[in-house]
Design a protein around this ligand. Sequence first.
Ligand code: 5GP
Ligand code: ZN
Length: 114
Amino acid sequence: MEDCLFCKIIKGEIPSTKVYEDESVYAFKDINPLAPVHILVVPKEHIGSAAEITAENSAVVSKIFEAAAKIAKDQGIAGDGFRIVTNCGENGCQSVHHLHFHILGGRKLGVEMG
Ligand code: 5GP
Ligand code: ZN
């Protein structure tokens, strides 16, 4: 997707602080962290949101969750616990329209996302 911010980050056209990468998944620090650990995990393939997951593209979602478990261990938050969130569409307050999962942790989280 030409004008997609996260596609540009994945391609390295926009800098990011990478924390994990494999053939299908990329993960980087959120630019505006809402918790001591706030990482975004995205499929390298452009999928617009959780509403666009299908039988054809859903394999990457399990890869994302495998990566998230590794990232949580690497970041030292697996033991105390963390949150994984994906915002979808207008009512979900999604602001970047490339599927992404927020990993939030490092302190006790409240009812708001962070
Ligand atoms: P959403 O609101 O769509 O669920 O989450 C988008 C997230 O992307 C936000 O938490 C926001 O801080 C983050 N974000 C937006 N632009 C950039 C950027 O250029 N770099 C990084 N690392 N994160 C970004
Ligand atoms: Zn994209």
